[in-house]
Design a protein. Sequence first.
Length: 48
Amino acid sequence: MQDQVRELLRERLLNEEVERWTKGLREKTRILVYRRPPIASSSGSASR
């Protein structure tokens, strides 16, 4: 029984550490999204 409790505690602590690590990575990472300019069509239409 004690071994199961230790294992559950170890797993919970590991999951918490992974969550902190993931959160830290998200905060440090910036994703830039570059939009392509609209393609000029040969028909002269200004719609996007």
